[in-house]
Write a protein that binds this ligand. Structure first.
Ligand code: AVJ
Ligand code: FE
Length: 440
């Protein structure tokens, strides 16, 4: 992106926006109007709210702010302001109906493309205009992942269809990787479309640690459940134990114990839980409890990023585990290409130089870190994107899931959520301190 001239940059921005719109359209055309306006879970907005919110943000940031154009619908700004109305209250608002919402996002997009044609993208990529197009494409894709999570919560027959992910292709690999101690550059100051919370690049020291080669699988997690993991406070933090007790949680979300083993619901299909696939739909508390049971812990955010980006041959931090090239279908399970995580070992070409697999794609990975600003953080373009969430209430997740588009994930990308959340496509891997003989 940094090397692109203004014309290529325009084409790239247009392509990225169009890909996002194809996905938004597919997710909202897959169900009838009655289902579009319905609230499928108190945790989620009606799909029709997400759709018009996507348009509203695009109007505010691209049409009005970058383009300096007249507002299309200033009257609806407030309806689609996520800070004004919590998700649970959104169905009761006088929202645009399905037809109106579709027409609105279409009109906004036409105007945004017109702005893109004329925007001054010369000079550095990091002009406010060029950043805004990337930010809006990521914003739409983030809501597309949220809409995919809404699809997972809806009742009824399958509405979405996709081919199966690839099988295991990795040969024999050790189950854990030792990451040497020492300095490492975390975050970025040069990635053009990196969001404010990923900036700036800064050197950190990370002690040697050991990290799992793969995310924790369903088979591994089932052993924790079956050995009484949810019945003993021993493995749980105090808030974690209160949470599972109060909500009667006994297994990952969408799992059901049948006489012949574990089954789950996935986008309207009822199927046996596949043992070799990364576990998904677990909260931070469950991830932390499993790690304690396994004699390990969750990685810190620094550890995760070092495992993903550090190249020990050069000392450089890569953009992605496999190098600096954009993700392809060979590298990672991204972009809703498949409607499930791929089995552990499905993406050997996506491994990091240290030999850690599937850090990008498949499942978001909980870390033990609170969401905070890096040293030198400046809110950009607005405080509400990340700064207002900084503090101990939110835990950081890394790496993206099968539901995340490639424009909305990088080695530096940081997601965050409450430690009780599990309707998101969240899993984890474990880490631990090395034994003395391992760091001799
Ligand atoms: C980064 C996924 C936590 O969905 O709340 C969407 C992204 N911000 N609209 C969210 C976001 C504003 C955000 N997460
Ligand atoms: Fe949003």
């Amino acid at each position: 992106l940094l090397e692109l001239g203004p014309q290529d940059l325009r084409a790239h921005a247009a392509e990225t926006l169009t890909r996002a719109r194809q996905r938004s359209t597919a997710l909202t055309d897959a169900v009838d109007d009655e289902e579009l306006v319905r609230q499928h879970s108190k945790l989620m907005s009606p799909l029709v709210w997400d759709l018009a919110h996507i348009g509203s943000q695009e109007e505010i940031w691209l049409v009005r702010d970058v383009g300096g154009r007249e507002p299309l619908r200033p009257d609806i700004d407030d309806l689609y302001d996520a800070f004004q109305h919590p998700r649970a209250d959104r169905p009761a608002l006088p929202l645009l109906g399905p037809g109106e919402a579709r027409a609105y996002v279409g009109e906004v997009r036409q105007k945004a493309f017109d702005v893109l044609e004329r925007a001054p993208l010369e000079g550095r990529m990091l002009t406010r205009a060029a950043f805004a197009f990337g930010m809006i494409a990521q914003h739409e894709q983030q809501h597309d992942e949220t809409m995919l999570a809404t699809h997972q919560l809806r009742q009824g027959d399958p509405a979405l269809h996709a081919p199966e992910p690839p099988p295991r292709r990795a040969g024999d690999v050790a189950p854990e990787v030792l990451v040497p101690g020492g300095p490492f550059v975390m975050g970025t100051s040069v990635e053009p479309w990196a969001l404010d919370n990923e900036r700036p690049a800064h050197a950190v020291h990370v002690d040697a640690f050991v990290i799992d080669t793969f995310p924790v699988t369903n088979g591994q997690y089932a052993r924790f459940v079956e050995s009484g993991g949810y019945e003993s406070p021993r493995w749980w933090s105090e808030p974690g134990w209160t949470y599972v007790r109060e909500h009667g949680i006994t297994a990952p979300r969408f799992w059901k114990r049948e006489p012949d083993g574990w089954w789950r619901t996935r986008f309207g299909r009822y199927e046996r839980v596949p043992a070799d696939e990364p576990v998904v739909h677990v909260s931070f508390h469950e991830a932390e409890a499993y790690a304690a049971w396994a004699g390990k812990r969750l990685p810190t955010e620094r550890e995760w990023e070092k495992a993903a980006r550090h190249d020990p041959r050069t000392g450089r931090s890569l953009r992605y585990p496999w190098g600096d090239e954009e993700p392809t279908a060979e590298h990672a399970n991204l972009g809703q290409r498949h409607l499930r995580p791929a089995v552990a070992g499905a993406y050997p070409r996506g491994a990091s130089p240290l030999g850690v697999h599937q850090l990008i794609g498949d499942v978001w990975e909980w870390t033990s870190s609170d969401f905070t600003g890096y040293p030198g953080f400046t809110a950009f373009p607005y405080r509400e994107y990340s700064e207002v969430f900084f503090g101990p209430d939110y835990k950081v997740l890394r790496g993206g899931s099968f539901g995340t588009d490639s424009v909305a994930i990088r080695g530096t990308f940081r997601n965050w959520d409450y430690p009780i959340r599990r309707q998101i496509f969240s899993g984890f891997r474990c880490a631990r301190d090395p034994r003395p003989d391992e760091v001799a």
